[in-house]
Design a protein around this ligand. Structure first.
Ligand SMILES: Cc1ncc(COP(=O)(O)O)c(C=O)c1O
Length: 445
């Protein structure tokens, strides 16, 4: 099991001379580690010069089919004409004013309230981390309690209240596994860890910390470790327990929201959280995110009647809101989501068939447009099962796919995404490459 930062990156130094390596070397002189987010440091390809539809072109002009999709932010396809036009047109009309509210902000909030069952009011922000940061404060403010629960393997952003125990090494899983140095121990200790699909582990935390749990933060499908799917009754059980104990339930739908259903996993499962964070696919890659939920909770912000600070220079940028409105409207009114899900089924079925032919021990899973292949035997319900995953195989499979022109993040447990721009031919070509890669990996064993 790898830690989050152990991604096999070698840096550009010493790499064969190429336009990409040269850019990476230049970047390293002025950007720490040469990248603006640590998980982007993966070795070749060092970056891309062009994107369109389902494809990316590296700095040498080589074309790749993209299944990384910027961690899932790209849902309609790269450089979607409609979204780009909506952003550009709004940018020509109105930029930031820092006063009052704009029509696009209101229109976006009305749309999200319409499509997401648990959202009565929302605020727009610029990243998913900002959304879960606000959720932390609201939960503590409204309950007067201090502790946040998350599951091992869940990721909710980079801030102090949540940056622990995502992809943990087995010896650190469930224990103290901060994702960053520089976080005060007293902050880390205010976040405690449950197991996904294990209501007993949550009951136990309530017994250990009576009257102190402000909120349970949950990705309804923990996609940050691939795709753990909820067992029947699990999400309903979490809902019941949090309601009984008076804690806030946050569904972190930063990945599932708008991608699996325009109304998020809450629309699919029928389970209604108190708060919902969303971002990524919301504007097909433009930087806008949001927090929404029950009106009485959202009114805890000091923009309304409460005391929770709501601030941000760039929040609700009209052009970003226009991009989100176009994206969400298209996801609501067209067959992009079910079509991508059919391609997801085709990919999963194909990978299973190849794995069976080669006699590999794998679990091919995912939902809709998201797919992943774990290299392990037996069933997968929670993070404990993922500790049996063969990380080297996982990483080498993804690396082998990149070498063959298909971008899949070469880090263990990272998921893959299909967008509205992929075709059956793209899936079939990827399956051919997967067959080659897996045949090579099987021979190595
Ligand atoms: C479920 C989930 N929540 C929150 C975040 C943080 O979002 P951002 O990277 O936009 O800050 C992420 C990012 O990967 C995520 O996957």
């Amino acid at each position: 099991m790898t830690n989050t930062m152990d991604n096999g990156a070698t840096g550009a130094t010493g790499a064969a001379a190429s336009a990409g390596a040269a850019l990476a070397a230049r970047a390293e002189r002025v950007i720490p580690g040469g990248v603006n987010s640590s998980t982007r440091r993966l070795g070749a390809p060092y970056g891309f010069a062009r994107s369109a539809g389902a494809y990316l072109w590296d700095l040498e002009g080589r074309r790749y089919t993209d299944f990384h999709a910027a961690f899932g932010a790209i849902v309609l396809g790269h450089n979607d004409e409609g979204v780009d036009r909506a952003v550009a047109e709004e940018a020509r009309i109105l930029d930031l004013t820092g006063i009052g509210v704009s029509e696009r902000e209101v229109e976006l909030a009305e749309l999200v309230v319409e499509v997401m069952p648990a959202v009565e009011k929302m605020v727009a922000c610029t990243s998913g981390s900002e959304a879960t940061f606000h959720a932390t404060r609201i939960s503590r403010a409204v309950t007067g309690r201090d502790i946040i629960v998350k599951v091992q393997g869940g990721y909710h952003g980079w801030h102090d209240a949540v940056a622990r125990n995502c992809i943990s090494a087995p010896e650190r899983a469930y224990g103290m596994d901060p994702m960053s140095t520089g976080v005060l121990a007293e902050n880390l200790e205010k976040t405690v860890i449950a197991e996904y699909n294990d209501l007993g582990s949550l009951e136990k935390l309530y017994a250990e910390h009576p009257g102190r749990i402000a909120a349970v933060f949950l990705e309804p499908i923990p996609h940050n470790v691939g795709a753990l799917l909820p067992d029947p009754g699990y999400l309903e059980g979490v809902r019941e327990l949090t309601r009984r104990e008076g804690s806030v339930l946050l569904f972190d739908e930063v990945i599932t929201g708008f991608r699996h259903d325009v109304g998020g996993w809450q629309a699919i499962s029928g389970v209604t959280p108190d708060l919902t964070s969303f971002g990524k696919a919301m504007a097909n890659g433009y930087p806008v995110a949001g927090l929404g939920g029950r009106a009485d909770l959202m009114d805890q912000f000091n923009s309304a009647a409460g005391g929770v600070l709501l601030a941000g220079t760039f929040t609700g940028h009209p052009a970003m809101c226009a991009g989100a409105i176009e994206t969400i409207t298209r996801l609501r009114d067209t067959d992009v989501i079910p079509r991508a899900a059919r391609l997801g089924d085709r990919m999963r079925a194909g990978l299973r068939a190849i794995s069976d032919e080669l006699g590999l021990q794998t679990v091919v899973t995912g939902y809709g447009s998201v797919f992943c292949m774990y290299f392990l035997d037996g069933e997968v319900h929670g993070y404990r099962d993922l500790m049996r995953n063969d990380d080297a195989m996982y990483r080498d499979f993804h690396r082998g796919m990149i070498d063959r022109g298909f971008v899949m993040l070469p880090m263990s447990l990272k998921r893959n995404h299909i967008s509205g721009a992929h075709t059956e031919a793209d899936i079939d070509a990827a399956l051919e490459a997967a067959r080659e890669t897996l045949t090579e990996l099987a021979a190595r064993r």
